[in-house]
Design a protein around this ligand. Structure first.
Ligand SMILES: Cc1cc2nc3c(=O)[nH]c(=O)nc-3n(C[C@H](O)[C@H](O)[C@H](O)COP(=O)(O)OP(=O)(O)OC[C@H]3O[C@@H](n4cnc5c(N)ncnc54)[C@H](O)[C@@H]3O)c2cc1C
Length: 371
């Protein structure tokens, strides 16, 4: 049985960045990912600039990635209100297909060991983890779980959120529309959800929406759904009328849950969406995933000195709560509003009439630059 110093389950942004952080500091990291890079994910692909100083510190230069700098935000409502606002910190647009693959190549060059396999379960006994994958078994001193929103491992851990059925689905595709501005991220409200539009590399436009499952089930397919529901927002109707889809079909995920989760499970450190997902309306999930990778890596580095697991788990939990609880709280309020169409319209009308309110909303769900 192979013995690992540090094992990370899941190679999305949280897992990859944590692997890079720990490997840069001289630790031996093994990352287990069930999919082969590159691959597309359901994600709005707008990343807050708050992550840039930290990525630079880790020696990750995004300069060659042809990302789009995004500094403007537009919100539209079902009754055709549209409001634009400057994004004070701003962000950038890059596909997860390209970004995750780039980080994977970077981590591999640093010496991170990648295993492409699915983890079936893990246990903790006598101060070490035993990790069972489809093809192999490993032991590890430290285990970081970065396996995303929902995984077979949540069932094994009997996590509370996993028992509840959730009502949200995420759907995404890339499009081309020459006149779409490079520096703009748009959020369009429709009945039972909202849709984000923003550019990524090679002038592709990411169109990603979150929708209530019951709303989706009323339609036979994506075309019908977009025709019957999304196009009722005239800005989206205009987009779908003129833009060309470049994916064979949309990709989708179901059972998207925003329930609170614990950031330590069976002594494993949980990061990224495994520890908690902010409502995509906030456009901050990727920055949170990267930031939580930093917090976990720092806690693991400390553990190498004092070898006190309880202390590591406690300090990680404290820093996670300190950094993210407020954002999740506001994300939760927006979620509540979005669950009730009348309230959604009222709130969006209110926000839609005030650039100041809109900026406050953005501020409360975003962090400061991470360094
Ligand atoms: C509709 C929608 C739109 C969004 N838009 C935005 C946006 O515009 N901006 C933003 O900042 N955030 C956005 N988010 C949130 C963002 O996508 C996530 O917060 C982010 O991807 C979390 O990264 P992660 O590394 O935690 O998880 P992921 O990126 O999901 O990575 C988890 C990895 O774990 C692997 N895995 C799972 N189980 C196993 C297993 N058992 N064994 C091995 N590997 C496993 C998976 O294959 C996957 O590669 C959006 C989310 C949704 C749902």
């Amino acid at each position: 049985m192979k013995k690992n110093q540090i094992t990370i389950i899941g190679g999305g942004l949280a897992g990859l960045v944590s692997a890079i952080h720990l490997q840069v500091l001289g630790l031996d990291v093994t990352l287990i990912e069930k999919n082969k890079y590159p691959f597309h994910r359901v994600c709005g692909e707008y990343i807050s600039n708050e992550v840039k100083p930290y990525l630079t510190q880790l020696g990750i230069s995004l300069a060659h990635l042809d990302f789009k700098e995004i500094n403007n935000f537009r919100l539209t409502t079902l009754d055709n209100k549209s409001i634009k606002s400057k994004l004070s910190l701003g962000g950038f647009g890059i596909s997860r297909y390209k970004l995750d693959h780039f980080l994977y190549e970077h981590a591999k060059r640093l010496g991170v060991q990648f295993i492409f396999d699915q983890v079936l379960h893990f246990s903790f006994e006598q101060n070490k983890f035993t990790i069972q994958t489809k093809k192999n078994q490993f032991t590890s001193n430290i285990l970081i779980c970065a396996y995303g929103k929902r995984s077979n491992l949540d069932a094994q851990l009997q996590r509370k959120f996993f028992q509840k059925k959730t009502s949200w689905m995420g759907i995404k595709a890339h499009y081309k529309l020459p006149e779409f501005p490079n520096d703009l991220v748009e959020l369009h409200n429709f009945e039972g959800g909202y849709c984000g539009l923003s550019k990524v590399e090679e002038d592709y436009i990411n169109c990603c929406y979150l929708i209530k499952t019951e709303q989706f089930q009323k339609s036979k397919n994506f075309d019908e759904l977009e025709k019957q529901v999304l196009r009722k927002n005239r800005y989206l109707a205009d987009f779908f009328d003129h833009a060309q889809i470049t994916f064979k079909d949309r990709i989708a995920i179901s059972q998207v849950s925003f329930e609170s989760k614990s950031c330590i499970e069976n002594q494993a450190v949980m990061i990224g969406d495994s520890a908690g997902l902010i409502h995509p309306l906030c456009g901050n999930g990727m920055a949170m995933a990267i930031h939580s990778a930093k917090l976990a890596s720092e806690a693991v580095i400390d553990y190498q000195k004092h070898k006190n697991r309880k202390l590591m788990n406690q300090s990680f939990t404290n820093s996670w709560r300190k950094n993210f609880n407020q954002r999740l709280f506001f994300g939760g309020i927006f979620q509540q509003i979005l669950l009730q169409p009348k309230l959604t319209n009222l709130a969006l009308n209110l926000v839609g009439n005030s650039e100041y309110l809109l900026q406050q909303l953005i501020k409360r769900t975003h962090g400061k630059p991470i360094g």
